[in-house]
Structure formats: C-alpha cells, structure tokens
Ligand binder design. Structure first.
Ligand code: ADP
Ligand code: MG
Length: 347
C-alpha cells in the first residue's frame, strides 16, 4: 500500500459514526493532509486480513465523484483506511452548521452522487448501500464526492455483527428484506436530497423543535408542520436490544436526542426506529415540499422520481441524470467553490 500508519501524525478528530472514527492526519512522507478512518472489527485476525484484501478494490476506484483512497492497514482491533481529506466536510456537517443547502447546489449534489453510483456499478459492479448526507463529502475546490461504499463483503458482515445496519435512509423494499440494488441507493439519495433542501431529516417532526434549526427559526415565522414524527436518522439498534430504552419523561429534547436509538416524543407522538421502518413501508413517500419555501418543479419531480416505493417504478440513475433539473442546471464548478468556501469560513 501507498500509506503506512507510522507515516501519519494525528491532527484532530473529524467525526465518528457507526463503528468508525475519522481523524485528520498529516502524512510525514508525502507532506500532505489526509483522513484516516478506524473501524472496530471485533473478529478473528484472519477476518481482518480478509477485509484488508477486499479493500484493495478501492485502489482501482478512480473517479472525480469518489473520494480518493490511499491505503489500509490493521491497527490493533481496528481496520485503518486512509482516504482523501475533504476539507468542507460532509453534507451533513455542512447543513447542520449552515442551515438548508441552496436548492441549486442540492441539484449538483444529486448529479455528483448519481455519477459516483453509476461509476461504482458500471465499472466495478459495486452497490453503494449507505447513501446519506454524512457519506457525501465536499471540498473547497467545489468538488462533491461519495465515500463509504460497500466494497468488502467481509467488512459489511462484521459491522452488521456489531450494529444493525438499519439506517433510516433505507428503502421500503430493503426494509422488507429484498436484496440491495442500485435502486435502493436512488431511494436513499431522494431522502438525502430532501434533508439537505429542508435542513432537517424529512421524517422529523418540526413542531416543537424550532431551536434545533436556528436558521429556519430565524428566517420565517410560519410554521412548517412537517411529518407527524421525529427520529434520529443515524440511530441504530444494537442487535442484543431489539427495542430501544425510552428516556425518562422529564429529560429535555436535546438530552433525549443524545441517546442513540431512542425515540423522540413530538406533539404527543413517540416513535421508535422500528415504528419509523414501518412508517417508511406503509405510508406515502416524503416529498420535496415545505410551507416556508417553494422549490422549482423540476426539483420536486426529480425527488419524486427517486422515491417511488416500488423499485421497478423508481427511476434509474442514468435516466435521473438526463432529467430536466440536472440538465438545465446553470451552477458551475466555480459557483460550487464559492459555496463550499462560504460554508467553511462562517465560523
Ligand atoms: P458517518 O458517515 O456515519 O457519519 P463515519 O465514521 O463514516 O460516520 O464518518 C464520521 C464523520 O467524519 C463524517 O460524518 C464526516 O463528517 C467526517 N468524515 C469522514 N470522512 C471524511 C473525509 N474524507 N474528509 C473529511 N471528513 C470526513
Ligand atoms: Mg461515513
């Protein structure tokens, strides 16, 4: 591999997710910054070795829409993966710090993700399996790329043994046990695009949490009723506890939000992750609408095409790339650069 762990000096943490922590590092040999992800793999050394072998496929993943790969190695009970540092962070970080992403930029996010998905599938027969705003990264050069795709079956298995990989970006057919297809990624893209455009997870109740999004709260007084329920989109259930523990009734919303896998009460409703999964399967798909904003019809249609509940009806990445919203976009790379810079320089 090109990069060894001993070449790297830790600068600071970038974030943590399900079974992983990401650190900004300095590569002494190459004199540049990189991102190092450590994934806890609670398995035999032989399994870790197998994972490291499978990750080598990432060496061959070269696309302007895929985060660059520099190497991997064992780090005690972890697998270390070194990738390109994306200095504007994830789209999740960006909207949480800056509020809703401008709809024209959301269009370019959609385009980049679709190009990335098509590259992975057409060239490597890889299905991403985990499209969500935290796996879409941006840099101050105005580039948008995807990361954390399912290259290693052994890694997918070993993470699934620690956590149920049930994130709430999951498509109805996946929730019902159908195998992954590229159409499942299209669903997850649709959910992610609504989240970026609204500045909140689409299945989140917005009635009693104005403080959670200061930007929307400041920009408008009219209430956006949103859907009836409230979730932590990143919450996952440990396999051992099928049902999350409920927090004491007198905790504040913020406190409750901190505990993973715990359902949040909103307007008298309480909904667990399992209820949410049921909701996704049984209720109409969310749409790109808000009482506060009017979105271009082309964007609304695009998102609707991503969110057909029947995967056979759902539009393919190729056809989505040919849609009016993408084709008629006037946003340039230079505009994206200006936007990305504005998101990092504000604090
Ligand atoms: P998740 O994707 O579930 O949030 P990860 O462990 O994959 O969990 O990533 C944690 C966080 O680290 C991300 O949300 C993102 O903010 C940050 N991150 C991951 N990879 C990079 C990268 N290459 N460059 C910059 N930030 C990154
Ligand atoms: Mg990730």
């Amino acid at each position: 591999d090109l990069v060894k762990d001993e070449d790297l000096e830790i600068i600071h943490d970038l974030g943590a997710g399900n079974g992983g922590t990401v650190t900004k590092v300095w590569n002494k040999k190459r004199n540049c910054v990189m991102a190092r992800k450590l994934i806890l793999v609670d398995a035999k050394p032989s399994v870790r070795k197998q994972i490291l072998r499978e990750l080598q496929i990432m060496n061959d993943c070269n696309s302007p829409y895929i985060v660059g790969y520099y190497g991997c190695f064992p780090v005690d009970v972890h697998v270390g993966i070194v990738i390109e540092l994306m200095d504007a962070g994830s789209l999740n970080d960006i909207y949480r710090h800056n509020g809703p992403v401008p709809i024209e930029v959301v269009g370019k996010v959609a385009e980049a993700v679709l190009h990335g998905l098509m590259y992975l599938y057409d060239v490597h027969r890889i299905i991403h399996r985990d499209i969500k705003p935290s796996n879409i990264l941006a840099n101050t050069n105005g580039e948008i790329k995807i990361c954390d795709f399912g290259v290693s079956g052994e890694l997918i298995n070993s993470i699934a043994n620690t956590f149920v990989g049930t994130s709430t970006y999951m498509s109805p057919e996946r929730i019902q046990g159908a195998p992954y297809t590229i159409k499942s990624d299209v669903w997850s893209l649709g959910i992610s695009l609504i989240e970026l455009a609204l500045g909140r997870f689409p299945f989140t109740d917005n009635q009693d949490n104005e403080n959670d999004n200061e930007f929307e709260a400041l920009s408008d007084t009219e209430e956006d009723p949103g859907p009836e329920h409230d979730f932590d989109p990143d919450a996952t259930l440990p396999l051992s506890t099928q049902r999350p523990k409920l927090p004491p009734a007198d905790t504040t919303k913020k406190e409750r939000r901190k505990s993973k896998g715990v359902s949040l009460a909103g307007g008298g409703h309480t909904m667990s992750i399992l209820d949410l999964l049921q909701h996704i399967v049984n209720e109409p798909a969310p749409r790109l609408t808000s009482r506060r904003k009017t979105f271009p019809q082309e964007a609304v249609t695009f998102v609707q095409d991503c969110l057909y509940k029947d995967p056979a009806e759902r539009t393919s990445p190729q056809d989505l790339l040919a849609s009016d919203w993408i084709v008629n976009s006037k946003v340039t790379q230079s505009d994206l650069k200006t936007w990305a810079l504005s998101t990092v320089s504000e604090d």
